[in-house]
Design a binder for this molecule. Structure first.
Ligand code: CP
Length: 332
């Protein structure tokens, strides 16, 4: 769902998301987010992870607070996990049905935000197809409101980046020395950008962006990462492979984009292609997954896959972020 409004770019999102006390007020981007805050969020999230089949972690730290989910683009994982995260911390959670909201009648996004703010919503979780929306809203809400970016165009998906980091850290104790390949439609992927910036901050120096030329990111982005167009070269010796979906909904001109059969043959992640990766390689995918296109179906369900672990970690990470922004408000 495209927003008809446009939003001015804001140059310094990394500063905008911090309070004067150095704590996070909003979570807009992992780009420029300090190592100590990243580490603190990962440690806090880990505390919320419980074994499969056990009762999910919960507490009352958000009792009396209200979290609103505003998803102007489709979502399964992010929306459901923010919903569960808020409820497991005792918050009231409002899932606005954007298809029946007054934005459909021409109300501006700011008027929607001001309406929810007047209802004493404390945290707004926002996904939108337009670049700049989370920062734009963050600049307009009152001091007691926090904005969490739940997916911004092809720019940023910071809680996805955090859950990816947490999943990697659960398998590999140390980020230093890891080799990570992010494979597929990097050009249109907010997941790739957030993961790459987060990995860079955590000290990963071998980050490979593997894609056909038509799906490679701009040269000025993620300058610390290597661009590779050959999958075998990209996978050689890697410990982590992150497969990405082709984001067809963001591609205006599909000329030059390989068809699905050709794509799987050249860029699909399969057990056979992973023969040249490290023995301990793990396979990640943010979802939604197109089995048989960017990833072999049996590999997605294999012992190398940590895809369901990513989903589990998504709830824990969102609990940690909600607690952090509300505790930083209380401390300011
Ligand atoms: N990874 C991710 O953002 O998934 P959803 O679109 O289902 O939220």
């Amino acid at each position: 769902m495209q927003s008809p409004e446009t939003f001015p770019a804001f140059a310094d999102e990394a500063s905008l998301q911090l309070r004067g006390n150095g704590r996070l007020r909003h979570l807009l981007t992992l780009k420029g987010l300090q190592h100590d805050i990243l580490l603190e969020l990962l440690d806090a999230a880990q505390q919320f992870v419980t074994p499969a089949g056990s009762i999910a972690a919960r507490n009352d730290s958000l009792r009396g607070r209200t979290v609103a989910n505003l998803f102007f683009e489709p979502s399964t994982r992010t929306r459901a996990s923010f919903d569960l995260a808020g409820k497991r911390l005792g918050a009231d959670v409002l899932n606005l049905d954007v298809n029946t909201s007054s934005r459909k009648k021409g109300e501006s996004i700011l008027d929607t935000i001001y309406t929810l703010q007047a209802m004493q919503v404390d945290v707004m979780v926002i996904r939108d197809a337009s670049a700049g929306v989370p920062a734009f809203i963050a600049r307009h809400v009152e001091d007691h409101v926090s904005i969490l970016n739940a997916g911004e165009s092809d720019i940023s998906h910071p809680t996805q980046g955090l859950l990816d980091l947490l999943t990697i850290r659960q398998r590999f104790a140390d980020f230093a020395g890891l080799k990570v390949a992010i494979v597929g439609d990097v050009a249109h992927s907010r997941v790739a950008r957030s993961a790459a910036y987060g990995l860079h901050t955590m000290g990963v120096t071998d980050i490979r962006l593997v894609s056909p030329a038509a799906l490679a990111p701009g040269r000025d982005e993620m300058p610390f990462a290597e661009r590779i167009d050959d999958l075998d070269r990209g996978l050689r010796g890697v410990n982590v492979v992150m497969a990405l979906r082709i984001q067809r909904e963001r591609i205006a001109d599909l000329d030059g984009i390989p068809d699905t059969g050709e794509y799987f043959a050249n860029y699909g992640i399969s057990a056979a292609r992973l023969a040249i990766a490290a023995d301990d390689v793990i396979v990640m995918h943010p979802g939604p997954m197109n089995r048989g296109i960017e990833i072999e179906s049996t590999l997605a369900d294999s012992a190398r896959s940590v895809i369901t672990q990513q989903v589990t970690n998504g709830v824990a990470v969102r609990m940690a972020v909600l607690e952090h922004v509300l505790q930083s408000m209380a401390a300011s």
